[in-house]
Design a protein around this ligand. Structure first.
Ligand SMILES: Nc1ncnc2c1ncn2[C@@H]1O[C@H](COP(=O)(O)OP(=O)(O)OP(=O)(O)O)[C@@H](O)[C@H]1O
Ligand SMILES: [Mg+2]
Length: 291
């Protein structure tokens, strides 16, 4: 390793490691989509998932089959277990010291808890974007995008350059930042930072993108950019988005899951959930009677 690479490597680690260590009646317009006739492959299967924090149970026997290349929205009142559920999907739940999980989660029919499944690889294949954009503040835009590759020892400048452009284009950010790739990630607007985090997730071998209220800190224009991006990304990725904004759930998703008190109450086509829910609790929630 050259001196220059070693210094760079040190800088990337210094920036990343502390973060790794910390561990009324609503009117909802549903985008009408013709139901697809093709049989979708299951990408993520949740099998009798129960999650605990110490003795407190946060998820109760959740079962779901999430189809490949679809957007699934998870809705429900605060504290119902939405974040806990998606944090189980990429083995982040187990990073909480008192946390426990029972049941199983299968990715392409293989348990993510199998001894051969490295949690780091699981988190690369099932990446997460958080409510508050989380770029590494001391790293440049360029370094932020390829941080996963750098930490994996990729050094080839040509490979990295290509990956940066590809990921930023896919995250619909390239045109806005291409002349400023060396600027710190933290210098971007909140909406741009969120797309930078999406680019960072795309730069590794991402298959499933988990988004936990990705737009709640964004203005309406940035929100619509992220929503457009979700539509684009679903051509290639499976997306699971937690949102408190039911209009957003209706706009971006094909399936919607409604959770209450740690249980999955209803899980169906988005149009059905918002126009003709099967469960009275779902209806009460989406019409604004509680939550
Ligand atoms: N680290 C933790 N330690 C203990 N309890 C926790 C922890 N994280 C979450 N919980 C509890 O688990 C339950 C589910 O929380 P979770 O964060 O999944 O809800 P949520 O649906 O994402 O809520 P919100 O919409 O407010 O983000 C809550 O009762 C919460 O208090
Ligand atoms: Mg949450």
């Amino acid at each position: 390793m050259s001196d220059e690479t070693a210094v760079k490597d040190k800088k990337v680690r210094a920036a990343v490691e502390p973060t790794i260590a910390k561990s009324e009646t609503r009117k909802i317009e549903v985008r009408h989509e013709e139901p697809s006739t093709e049989k979708k492959t299951t990408k993520v299967k949740v099998d009798d998932a129960c999650a605990f924090f110490g003795t407190k149970q946060a998820l109760f026997s959740v079962n779901m089959e999430i189809a490949e290349k679809e957007v699934t929205a998870i809705i429900g009142p605060s504290g119902c277990g939405k974040s806990t559920l998606i944090r189980c999907f990429n083995r982040m739940h187990e990073t909480v010291p008192t946390a426990k999980f029972t049941g199983d989660i299968l990715l392409d029919q293989k348990s993510i808890f199998a001894p051969t499944m490295d949690p780091v690889v699981v988190r690369r294949r099932i990446g997460m974007v958080f409510q508050k954009p989380t770029p590494f503040p001391t790293l440049s835009i360029y370094e932020n995008v390829i941080v996963g590759l750098t930490l994996n020892g990729v050094r080839d400048k040509k490979v990295l350059d290509e990956k940066v452009e590809w990921s930023l284009r896919k995250a619909a950010l390239w045109d806005e930042v291409k002349d400023n790739l060396q600027k710190p990630g933290a210098a971007l607007s909140g909406g741009q930072q969120q797309r930078l985090c999406i680019a960072r997730a795309l730069a590794v071998e991402l298959e499933v993108l988990l988004m936990d209220e990705p737009c709640s800190a964004l203005d309406p224009i940035s929100t619509s950019k992220v929503e457009e991006l979700i539509h684009e990304l679903r051509q290639n990725y499976t997306i699971i988005i937690v949102t408190h904004n039911m209009q957003q759930a209706a706009r971006v998703s094909q399936k919607t899951a409604f959770m209450l008190n740690g249980k999955l109450v209803e899980y169906d086509a988005t149009e059905k959930v918002f126009t003709n829910p099967s469960n009275k609790l779902t209806e009460d929630y989406i019409t604004g009677r509680f939550g």
